[in-house]
Design a protein around this ligand. Sequence first.
Ligand SMILES: Cc1cc2nc3c(=O)[nH]c(=O)nc-3n(C[C@H](O)[C@H](O)[C@H](O)COP(=O)(O)OP(=O)(O)OC[C@H]3O[C@@H](n4cnc5c(N)ncnc54)[C@H](O)[C@@H]3O)c2cc1C
Length: 442
Amino acid sequence: MRSPVAVAAFWIGLYLMATLLPLLVLLFYPPALDQGRNWWTEFSVALGFIGLAMMALQFALTARINRIEASYGVDIILQFHRYISLVAVGLILLHPLILFVDNPETLALLNFPAAPWRARFAVLGTLALLALVITSIWRKRLAIPYESWRILHGIFAVAALTLGLAHALGVSNYLGLFWKVVLWSAIAILALWLLIYVRVIKPWLMLKRPFLVETVIPQRGNVWSLVLRPKGHEGMPFQPGQFAWITLDISPFRMREHPFSMSSSAEQPDRLEFGIKALGDFTNTIKDVKPGTKAYLDGPYGVFTIDRYEDAAGFVLVAGGIGITPMMSMLLTHADRQDERPFLLIYASQTWEDITFREELEALKEKLALSIVYVLRKPPEDWSGETGYVDQELLSRHIPKRRGSRQYFICAAPKMMDQVEAALHRLEVPIDHVQMEHFNLV
Ligand SMILES: Cc1cc2nc3c(=O)[nH]c(=O)nc-3n(C[C@H](O)[C@H](O)[C@H](O)COP(=O)(O)OP(=O)(O)OC[C@H]3O[C@@H](n4cnc5c(N)ncnc54)[C@H](O)[C@@H]3O)c2cc1C
């Protein structure tokens, strides 16, 4: 098996090649049509082309391609998507800015009614790009609901890419030759194809493998367990800790799906359970879902799984609130596998009554080498256990002295995750032994 670092390095190499190769191809013989242009013009054009190639690649990053996700995990890919978009937008904006400074006469191209179409494409493409960035960075502040934002995001992205390409083809200094036009058009077509794959082909595949709601079980802490059974197929094999995108009671083509971690045992792929906390529009409806309701799953995804660490001597799981769901799947799976390696679960909740899956966890102690440290923010009066926050002192009281002998998994609210990660770092837990799952992708 190839090491995860080698696989990750391979994808980074491929990304750089895919970004720079189209530019290098443009420089091949025969050279640009207009040879009299100065260095700054050429430089700004190169930035524009690199930015355009990076934008096209964004479609691949967000197409949920299993092989890429298996190397990094979805939150790292989306993080990369966010940061690299800013770099691409920066490069694309620098392209006209350099031209305007180097040759102020080019400012006339901003006069929309009088400008040629190639310049109008550039202006419209840039506006689409700015709208894309603004609605993404300030989605919550602009009060754009997640579902509407997702549709807008797709529209702005396609508009920015096609208008950018139309601009490059219109200028045609580097794209004057037929085969170069074919190459750049192929890049854009590939990007659009990925969009069609995500929006049409994937939903169609999901339609052919439906699930039915078996039951909805109320749990402690305002959580509801949604239990699904496959209809006409063998279910969805997964690794404990992974998640899937769920579409409930509507066609998967509607693209109104939500990510949830499986909370059941991976040894039973024909009975999937999801622990869902009622927090918003969609999650508040789970309690009313009727048995027999159709559900569609896109998954499994994610690298937050103990199955990637077969050599680990044991595991430390740190969960906060609903972050218990992937941990639950890990524990149930290992109980089914009769795995004897030790588990330490440090589990933060508001109150004793709020502890989701409390009874199931206690029962698991009989089947696994499992110790549980409950940490309560509002403990009852007779509570003698841990209270407050999961900080360095608390962790040092419980985690094994030989820090590197275990793999550590953290899933909680963002602030708690950051604090636990920093505390583990100070306690000299090796960085590659700490795995995290963020429930807030956007
Ligand atoms: C990998 C992963 C695993 C998760 N596992 C669980 C789990 O096991 N149990 C659980 O209760 N929650 C889980 N979540 C969180 C869950 O997806 C959100 O709470 C849920 O989608 C919120 O939807 P809502 O409409 O009820 O809330 P809203 O109030 O509409 O949204 C609250 C916030 O949730 C996020 N969100 C909303 N809709 C989506 C969507 N379609 N896709 C992605 N994010 C969205 C947005 O940041 C939004 O601002 C997980 C999230 C991720 C990323």
